[in-house]
Design a protein around this ligand. Structure first.
Ligand SMILES: Cc1ncc(COP(=O)(O)O)c(C=O)c1O
Length: 369
């Protein structure tokens, strides 16, 4: 099994297949001689890890994992769909949301239908489209780093249709698109256009204008929403996500899925969902406090940042962030990779309060030179 440490210095060719793992290689973890107590703030993971109830369910399931358990997936699908007031026909599960993002791009773009997004956005769908030889149109962020939905619609209109990929909150900026703007975009989707909203980080936002696009799925609009258990639920290594869309879209996506998800992971997810109303707000509140503390500390030092709505944020280094990406791991903190064209911005995952104390020390050391 590969440890993170054994990744160091390894050139991974498969960036398009295993995004955060591969993208991590472009960042700090390529530095040799890593400290043993490295604080990993590079992949937007949740240090809280899986909820206790999920761990208990997985422990119980583990000895039975010699079987495929295919017959149980009807119920599992139903439980996951019901957690968002959807029917099983409105979702397809995947190996993380990566798999369903992948299949959505594969099915709903074509040589004549581009993937349309902003720059920078989460790279995986964009790089996949390029790998498949599909056209990609990237629009600029507005001055406040938010996506301009009118530009996205105009690009789709110009292309005579395509797949608009909107990550909300966006990775890497952690900026959000207001629900009124998403509403406008859904109401004004050009012909032959589907909106794919990646809500990997939506649970971490506290702003009332940040709202899920799932109501549009329930209304049968041309909208696909992807969700993951990797982030708020802290289950990244268990690889569970899903896409929600109208049954006609799900019927197109489902045949491309690899197989069922691992039964142990599925049991963990279903157990966590049974306590969703407790787990999600508790984790959001704790994360938001740590995030606010980091923001306050940066403001006190006149260091600019993009207002964050996710479990990570972008800090303006005032100079090329690559300098920080190279230097910080030597002092025991691994930040995110570069995100051109935001060359001066450093993406940092919000870890525990203790981890963020170390981040502050190390960031300041490098910042002051
Ligand atoms: C915006 C976004 N979407 C999707 C993913 C994929 O995550 P997973 O496959 O673990 O659900 C990530 C991973 O970090 C992400 O940042």
């Amino acid at each position: 099994m590969l440890s993170r440490r054994s990744f160091a210095g390894v050139a991974i060719a498969a960036t398009r297949l295993i995004p955060e793992m591969a993208y991590a290689q472009r960042a700090a973890v390529t530095v040799s001689g890593l400290p043993a107590d490295m604080v990993w703030l590079n992949a937007n993971e949740n240090p809280a890890g899986p909820p206790e109830v999920a761990l208990a369910a997985m422990r119980e399931c583990l000895p039975t994992s010699g079987r495929y358990h295919y017959q149980e997936f009807g119920k599992i699908n139903q439980a996951i769909a019901a957690s968002e007031e959807l029917s099983p026909e409105q979702i397809v599960l995947g190996c993380g949301s990566s798999e369903v993002l992948h299949t959505s791009v594969d099915i709903f773009t074509s040589p004549t239908k581009p993937l349309i997004s902003v720059t920078p956005a989460y790279e995986a769908p964009i790089e996949l489209a390029r790998t498949l030889g599909r056209p990609v149109v990237l629009t600029k962020l507005r001055d406040d780093y938010t996506a301009d939905v009118k530009q996205l619609a105009a690009a789709a209109d110009k292309a005579k249709g395509g797949l608009i990929y909107l990550c909300n909150p966006n990775n890497p900026t952690a900026a959000m698109v207001k629900s009124s703007e998403i509403e406008w975009l859904v109401a004004n989707l050009p012909a032959n256009t589907i909106l794919l909203v990646d809500e990997a980080y939506i649970h971490f936002g506290e702003n009332p204008d940040l709202k899920s696009a799932l109501p549009f799925v329930r209304q049968g609009k041309d909208v696909i929403v992807t969700r993951t258990f990797s982030k708020i639920y802290g289950m990244a290594g268990l690889r569970v996500g899903f896409a929600a869309a109208k049954p006609a879209f799900i019927e197109q996506l489902a045949p491309l899925r690899m197989n069922v998800i691992p039964i142990v992971s599925a049991k963990g997810v279903v157990a966590a969902l049974a306590q969703k109303d407790k787990i999600v707000p508790e984790r959001r509140t704790a994360l938001a406090k740590t995030r606010r503390d980091v923001c306050a500390w940066l403001r006190e030092r006149n260091v600019k940042y993009i207002e964050p709505h996710a479990n990570f944020m972008m800090v303006d280094c005032g100079r090329n962030a690559r300098e920080f990406i190279a230097a910080m791991p030597k002092f025991g903190v691994a930040p995110g990779r570069p995100f051109p064209p935001l060359d001066n911005m450093l993406r940092v995952t919000i870890g525990t309060p203790g981890e963020m104390a170390k981040f502050r020390d190390v960031f300041w050391k490098v910042y002051k030179g």
